[in-house]
Design a protein around this ligand. Structure first.
Ligand code: NAI
Length: 304
């Protein structure tokens, strides 16, 4: 694991207190990144079980890093103690920056942003980790839309170097500059992307998933065979089905649907029924223990 560059190296940074909204796959990872970099973090979720899971998962990750000698016990305690788990949005009122990572639904995100703006200071940057929604549209829910920006981490956030920073047309130069600097201070590589559906990476990735699903639906090959081909010959670290299971079929499906609609129903991005049914059935992938593969005891196994 790449140990994040400490924010202590950059005492000028105006971002010390970070509020994260949503303690799922992404929110918990982003909280780890910000805390490792020296920020004080408040991690908010409506669901107490999600907060408990995030806390337990961080303990496991940190213990593993200590075992491997990547960090010492003192650093482990510092990173864990820097994160407070809260179940009220109001608790984020003292944040310098908030990053939202809740369900990929525009109306719900807008509602949360509106409520949040009532609690935080005028200077607080309000960012979204959305994979595919319009930042301009999310920003429009705010009285000060110039403080809104897209900050898009990849999964798993502590390991993936790249972060897309997406200014909306309303985003101020200052918001963009501070966001870019902050993410750089957190040890990440920033790519500035235009506010278009799927930004850069998620747009390029759509055909990877979509074509694999079509190959499966046409009966040409199984999930496993497609993944095997892409890994052993294609050189990918994960095949498309393994990756969709890793991301979460619910999240991945919604992103495809959003990109498809946002590009005026361009057939290049058409979602697949197979994935829709998997998401509807709750076969979400790793996080639900079952997806295109089974994950009993956390190990990936081919389904019978
Ligand atoms: P997730 O389903 O793992 O977690 C979402 C969390 O948000 C859940 O704990 C849920 O309880 C909470 N939540 C939902 N509504 C809420 C509300 N109104 N207030 C507070 N908490 C609420 O989702 P995941 O995968 O972490 O995705 C979150 C966001 O990040 C989405 O916008 C997604 O598109 C984006 N994203 C996801 C990636 C992935 O690989 N899963 C990668 C990059 C971005």
């Amino acid at each position: 694991m790449t140990v994040q560059q400490s924010k202590i190296d950059n005492p000028q940074s105006p971002i010390c207190r970070v509020g994260i909204i949503g303690a799922g796959t992404m929110g918990s990872g982003i909280a780890q990144v910000a805390s490792t970099a020296g920020c004080t973090v408040k991690l908010f979720d409506l669901n107490q079980a999600a907060l408990d899971k995030a806390k337990a998962s961080l303990e496991k990750i940190m213990s593993r890093l200590v075992e491997k000698g990547r960090i010492d016990a003192e650093e482990k305690n510092r990173i864990q103690d820097n994160i407070t788990y809260v179940n009220s949005l109001k608790e984020l009122s003292d944040s310098d920056m908030t990053i939202e990572a809740i369900v990929e639904n525009l109306d719900i995100k807008k509602k949360v942003f509106q409520e949040l703006e009532g609690y935080v200071s005028e200077e607080c940057i309000i960012a979204s980790n959305t994979s595919s929604l319009s930042i301009a549209s999310i920003a429009s829910s705010l009285e000060k839309p110039e403080r809104c920006v897209g900050i898009h981490f990849f999964n798993p956030a502590p390991l993936m170097k790249l972060v897309e920073v997406i200014p909306a047309i309303q985003t101020s130069e200052e918001t963009l500059k501070i966001s870019e600097e902050t993410i750089g201070n957190w040890g990440k590589v920033v790519a500035i992307a235009k506010d278009t559906p799927g930004f850069i990476v998620n747009r390029v990735a759509r055909p990877f998933y979509g074509e694999a699903l079509r190959i499966y639906e046409e009966g040409i090959a199984s999930f496993f065979e497609i993944d095997h081909a892409m890994k052993s010959v294609g050189g990918f670290r994960m095949g498309p089905f393994e990756l969709m299971d890793f991301i979460g079929n619910d999240v991945n499906y919604i992103v495809t649907e959003t990109v498809f609609k946002a590009f005026y129903y361009d057939p290049r991005y058409k979602p697949a029924f197979t994935q829709k049914r998997f998401a509807e059935a709750g076969y979400l992938g790793r996080k639900s223990g079952r997806g295109y593969y089974n994950y009993e005891d956390g190990k990936m196994q081919q389904r019978q």
